[in-house]
Design a protein around this ligand. Structure first.
Ligand code: HAM
Length: 417
């Protein structure tokens, strides 16, 4: 037997109820907020992600699935959506001429991480990106959108963390201070952080290693170093959130693992996912469009992990929707009538099924039950002879015989459609 690669899942129908709940809520909320769908490629030239996410990020240094195409060009399976959406936006002359552009996407992403609960190598995200304004209103709008999606999905008991990581004007003075603070402490840092000190010092604040926690606690706070513009922006985002009744917790350690962020960063976290506590995250990235060669365009967005949201719905009563009708028969002419009736029901908009192999009624009712059917229609010798059909309500157990010509109307009445 050939098995799946590690960290890559098969998703069977028993999970589809929860999955559709999450994705259905996302699509509905995106519609309400006037976001339109973009379908981005599953693979890009590697440079899209190297340039987009930053050469020193964990994703680029160790988590990308990269390979050469037949022409020797380096391609990478997308580890996230933002860089691709920006690349597409810059490349498409029609959309990047719009004064504002609201896009959403959904689909699989690929990261070669060590698999564990809630951490996969192929996982699914939905996300939204807004282009065209640096107004803090939009930071709050994308956060509100994710908050609405979580609630509509039935997820409760989560926390919204927010921070500002400043802009290229004010961040350097913070980085200088951060380096000064960590200078001479390299020997007590974990191996990864010792390397980050020179290459990407902001990420020191993001380290999950136990040994680095005490140092992080007393580290300088980025919010104390914000320039006037960033400070006002941060205050305005918080003002909008408070006015909208969206509770948040400020977390000055929330620097995020991608290099494109400016100003606002945020995460939706819970303590019910073990080590992987974030189920959605995002922030502002005002310089990325220009870095991809587009005209400078401020932007803000987020992405959510579908499988992590699914885990948060585990135990929720979301039965896989059963079929409307199962037809039991006695074979021969009864099966022919059953087959014709099954097709007519489907044409009338009812989900219907039967088993062409002739078994006893008991076995067929058992199957109807397994399929979650609301009604069973019975066609045996008597029904064929009389031109009727027996309708059995599988929930209440009651049954009734009706003329064949009026079965569809009868089913419609029973199922109230
Ligand atoms: P991210 O924090 O890397 O941000 O990923 C967003 C979400 O994707 C995470 O909160 C998590 O739910 C899910 N996720 C990430 N990695 C995995 C994994 N290995 N297994 C399962 N789920 C995972 C981004 O991707 C940014 N593009 C978000 C963004 C959009 N920022 C601005 N616009």
């Amino acid at each position: 037997m050939i098995s799946r690669p590690p960290g890559i899942e098969d998703i069977f129908p028993d999970r589809i109820g929860r999955r559709n709940r999450v994705l259905g809520a996302a699509r509905e909320v995106f519609r309400l907020y006037n976001f339109r769908e973009i379908v981005i490629p599953v693979m890009e030239f590697t440079d899209v992600f190297v340039r987009g996410l930053g050469t020193e990020t964990d994703i680029v240094t160790k988590e990308m699935f990269t390979f050469e195409d037949r022409g020797g060009r380096s391609l990478t399976l997308r580890p996230e959506g933002t860089a691709s959406v920006v690349r597409a936006y810059v490349e498409n002359g029609e959309y990047n001429r719009l004064s504002a552009c609201k896009l959403f996407y959904a689909g699989p992403m690929f990261r070669a991480e060590r698999p564990q609960k809630g951490r996969l190598r192929q996982f699914n995200q939905f996300g939204a990106e807004f282009f065209g304004s640096g107004d803090p209103y939009y930071d709050h709008e994308v956060i509100a959108m994710m908050d609405d999606i979580a609630r509509r999905s039935g997820i409760a008991g989560f926390t919204l963390l927010i921070n500002s990581i400043g802009c290229p004007e004010c961040r350097p003075s913070f980085i200088t201070e951060l380096k000064r603070y960590y200078a001479g402490k390299a020997d007590i840092l974990c191996k990864d952080c010792a390397g980050r000190l020179d290459r990407n010092p902001l990420r020191l604040l993001d380290c999950k290693q136990e040994s680095c926690q005490p140092l992080k606690k007393n580290a300088p706070r980025i919010t104390d170093f914000l320039c006037e513009g960033c400070r006002a922006h941060h205050a305005a985002v918080k003002g909008y959130l408070a006015a909208a009744g969206i509770a948040y917790t400020e977390d000055h350690l929330l620097v995020r693992g991608l290099d494109y962020y400016t100003r606002t960063t945020f995460e939706f976290v819970t303590d019910r996912l073990g080590g992987q506590n974030a189920f959605a995250a995002g922030g502002r990235y005002d310089n990325l469009v220009a870095e991809f060669g587009g005209k400078p365009t401020p932007a803000v967005g987020f992405a959510a992990g579908v499988e992590r949201m699914e885990l948060l719905l585990e135990g929720a009563d979301l039965p896989d929707a059963g079929i409307d009708v199962f037809i039991a028969h006695t074979g021969g002419p009864a099966l022919e009538r059953a087959a014709a009736l099954c097709r007519a029901l489907r044409e009338a908009g009812f989900s219907a099924d039967l088993d062409p192999e002739t078994k006893g009624f008991k076995a067929q009712f058992k199957k109807a039950d397994r399929e979650g059917a609301a009604l069973a229609l019975v066609i045996g010798g008597d029904e064929v002879a009389a031109g009727t059909c027996t309708v059995k309500d599988l929930k209440s157990g009651g049954q009734e015989t009706v003329p064949a010509a009026s079965v569809i109307d009868h089913v419609r009445g029973r199922l109230k459609r």
